[in-house]
Design a protein around this ligand. Structure first.
Ligand code: C2E
Ligand code: CA
Ligand code: CA
Length: 760
């Protein structure tokens, strides 16, 4: 019998050895704890067998000591394993060190018991027909050994129970079986211990424990666990997963997929309907996998998908169906589209913005290099005025109106956009451009927007593209330059770019750039043109500026005054010339020529940039001149475009003692209105009346001059005729009653020194 029992014990050891071999292959703390535990489990099993059936009492004592000690070690390693496996109390290292220490002390005491019998004594008894050893008297050390062992058991159970309570039911399967088999071992061991049965009936369960521990800890998570995890992942993931069988029928759709199709589809059958389109479109039947992006309208809403298709094969590589993995990118896509739209479009009008207009135009030009192209740019006359007079709202309305006009008329193959403020641009084939159509459209818009205070007018600059690779913004600039040549004229709407315009612009830019230095270095000088009586007596002079340019030589005001007016520099130049004139008057007056006067020009723009009145009176006071010797020439446009306040200013000038002259009288629109609205001292008749080309017109213009002269007499104004070049002109005008002349007949404008030499 004892042989059979021992053979059974050895048989039990085989599975444990196999588990050990397996665990040794795995390099981890848990695995090494398991290996050590299994070594001691084998020792425990064998020592228990040898103890029970040993024939020698000393040997029995040794075996029982070995059995009890190795059982301690089994428990210690199970505890170590359970701490590592459950991660409960894992960090509490003194449990481990403390238990090893106690186990070694216990071991010493147990082995010493062979000699001293202080732990337990043995007695040989007969069970049924077998002679066996079994524990006789139990001393205090024996009980201490068991208390220690049950403490270890308690810790093991505690760590498992704690773990089991902490985790979801789903994971308990990894712990409960191990706890159960440990409990069975403990209970059986306890029963044997209390009953005094010499064989430890818990030992066969060591085998179950070893297998379970190795399987659950080292081999893998239970398949069910993986299946469950995966199915949750698939069901709840954000992608839509739809699986189909070999007949292309949908067999599974996860929650997201159902949610998307739920409102539109009844059950899974309709999902198949959607998928069928894809299957056909992409010829998926003939491929193993494919990825593509697509959009589908589901319940009137467009969805953007990234789609992955993959065929499914079983282990034998037989085709069993396929799945679609859909990522709904709609939100991302729309956000991106919105972002792209905002980056490329003007929010007010919805047209392309400047950058995108350039991009689109460049594309169109590149795609049709053989065609002739135009770039048109538009500008609303005095757009700022709309905003100032009627508010932003109305200004926006005008812009939208123009944008609508463009949308209506520009079709396929034409790029157009709002390139800034009130500027729109069009890039179109020359063959499709009809000037009259544009003029009509401008007029139509003018009518739609007009009111008493403001007349809407649009200017268009046309640039014929010569090099399609030129920067679009440069093309726009060129079209805009053409607009500038229209000079804010209501009668014209369209101007064409040519190279002279560009050269002029470049020249203007250079002049503006040179201005500061020129003023500092006194490159500007005053020329004087005498005003004479018909008999040739000099009464005074007009101060006219000249620019002695270091590189360009003498430049006449016709080449720079307008530029400086546009760029706001004119007031600095005028102030400079006025000072020269006042200085000269002061000098003359000191020299006894107090009757001589100088007329200075005041530009319309001077009133914007400075207090003309203050500036001039300050000069008069600084140089102490007689105010009436300084005459102020103001053009009628300056007077007419001025506000009531400015008209008052002019009145102030007269009160101060200056003589105010209307320059170029008769050249503007409202010459006679000017006279009605304000008092002046002198009319300077515009040179235009003497320059008429057709003889029949000359007659008419002389009658007008005649009328102006008699009118001024009636109003008590003196008259100066400018631009007289011949003796006949002087004679005729004198006959009409004009008393003062300024013109080449008497003298061109000349440098001051020359003037003084000649006339003083
Ligand atoms: P404006 O004030 O009408 O000056 C008269 C212009 O007519 C002068 O041209 C003068 O040289 C020219 N002129 C005088 N008599 C005759 C003539 O018999 N035949 C012809 N063909 N021309 C004659 P300029 O000096 O070239 O000045 C041109 C314009 O520039 C001036 O016209 C004036 O509007 C402006 N300007 C000149 N100097 C100044 C200045 O210091 N300040 C401002 N703001 N404007 C100035
Ligand atoms: Ca003048
Ligand atoms: Ca003049």
């Amino acid at each position: 019998m004892d042989r059979i029992y021992m053979a059974l014990l050895f048989l039990m050891i085989i599975p444990i050895l196999i588990c050990m071999k397996y665990a040794r292959k795995i390099k981890s703390d848990v695995a090494s704890s398991i290996v050590r535990c299994l070594i001691f489990a084998i020792i425990t099993i064998l020592s228990n067998g040898f103890f029970a059936f040993s024939g020698n009492e000393t040997f029995a004592y040794l075996m029982e000591a070995l059995y009890l000690f190795s059982f301690d070690m089994v428990l210690i390693y199970i505890l170590q394993y359970s701490q590592q496996y459950t991660r409960v109390f894992n960090e509490v290292s003194y449990i481990r060190t403390g238990s090893f220490l106690l186990a070694y002390l216990d071991g010493i005491s147990l082995f010493a018991n062979t000699a001293f019998h202080h732990v337990f004594t043995l007695k040989n008894v007969r069970y049924v027909s077998f002679q066996m050893y079994h524990i006789g008297t139990k001393h205090i050390f024996y009980h201490l050994h068991y208390i220690f062992a049950y403490c270890l058991v308690f810790c093991i159970i505690a760590s498992f129970v704690t773990k089991i309570m902490q985790i979801p039911a789903f994971y308990r399967k990894k712990y409960v079986p191990i706890l159960a088999v440990v409990c069975v071992i403990i209970v059986l061991n306890l029963i044997c211990n209390i009953s005094g049965f010499p064989l430890d009936l818990s030992l066969p369960f060591f085998v179950f424990a070893a297998i379970l521990i190795c399987y659950l800890t080292l081999y893998r998570s239970p398949k069910e666990l993986i299946d469950k995890t995966l199915s949750i992942v698939v069901t709840e993931m954000n992608n839509m997963v739809i699986c189909f069988d070999i007949n292309n029928e949908c067999v599974y759709a996860n929650d997201r997929a159902k949610e998307l199709f739920r409102n539109s589809a009844v059950g899974l059958s309709d999902v198949s309907e959607y998928a069928k389109d894809w299957i056909e479109e992409h010829d998926i039947a003939n491929r193993d996998s494919l990825e593509w992006s697509d959009q589908k309208t589901i319940d009137d809403q467009v969805h953007y998908f990234d789609i992955e298709y993959r065929k499914l094969f079983d282990q034998k590589k037989e085709y069993i169906g396929f799945f679609l993995n859909l990522i709904d990118n709609t939100e991302k896509h729309l956000a991106l589209e919105q972002e792209r739209y905002l980056a490329n479009h003007d929010t007010l009008t919805g047209l392309y913005n400047k950058n995108y207009f350039a991009v689109r135009s460049a594309e169109i030009l590149r795609d049709h290099p053989d065609e002739e192209w135009l770039l048109l740019s538009s500008n609303i006359k005095d757009f700022k005025l709309i905003n100032d007079l009627f508010g932003m709202e109305k200004g926006n309305e005008a812009l939208k109106m123009e944008a609508d006009l463009l949308k209506e008329r520009c079709h396929e193959g034409i790029a157009y956009g709002r390139i800034g403020g009130d500027k729109f641009a069009i890039c179109m084939p020359k063959a499709r451009f009809q000037e009259q159509a544009f003029i009509d459209a401008i007029q139509a818009m003018g009518h739609a927007f007009n009111n008493d205070l403001y007349h809407l007018h649009i200017y268009i600059g046309v640039y014929e593209i010569t090099d399609i690779h030129e920067d679009i913004s440069i093309m726009c600039d060129k079209a805009n330059l053409a607009i500038k040549t229209l000079n804010e004229n209501y009668a014209r709407s369209i101007a064409y770019y040519n190279d002279t315009i560009l050269n002029d612009t470049i020249l203007e830019k250079q002049l503006v750039g040179d201005f500061d230095q020129a003023l500092d270095e006194k490159q500007f000088c005053m020329y004087l043109q005498p005003q004479m009586t018909p008999e040739g007596r000099m009464l005074g002079a007009e101060a006219l500026v000249r620019w002695q340019h270091p590189k360009r030589g003498l430049i006449f005001p016709g080449d720079f005054i307008e530029v400086f007016e546009k760029t706001g520099l004119i007031y600095r130049l005028d102030r400079f010339i006025w000072e020269l004139a006042v200085q000269k008057l002061a000098q003359w007056q000191q020299e006894g020529h107090s009757d001589l006067y100088i007329s200075v020009n005041i530009s319309t723009k001077d009133f914007y940039y400075m207090d003309v009145y203050k500036t001039i009176t300050a000069l008069v006071e600084k140089y102490r001149i007689i105010p009436s010797t300084l005459k102020l020439e103001i053009t009628e446009t300056a007077i007419m475009s001025g506000t009531a306040g400015e008209l008052e200013r002019i009145e102030q000038f007269r009160k101060y003692g200056f003589q105010v002259e209307i320059d170029d009288f008769g050249s503007g629109y409202s010459s006679f209105n000017t006279l009605k609205d304000m008092d002046v001292d002198v009319l300077k008749i515009d040179m235009g009346f003497l320059r008429t080309t057709k003889p029949e017109n000359l007659e008419k213009s002389m009658s007008i001059v005649n009328m102006i002269i008699s009118l001024s007499k009636t109003l008590g104004l003196s008259v100066v005729t400018e631009g007289v070049e011949t003796k006949e002109q002087v004679a005729k005008l004198t006959q009409m009653g004009c008393g003062v002349y300024q013109g080449y007949y008497f003298s061109k404008p000349i440098p001051v020194e020359e003037f003084e030499e000649r006339y003083l």
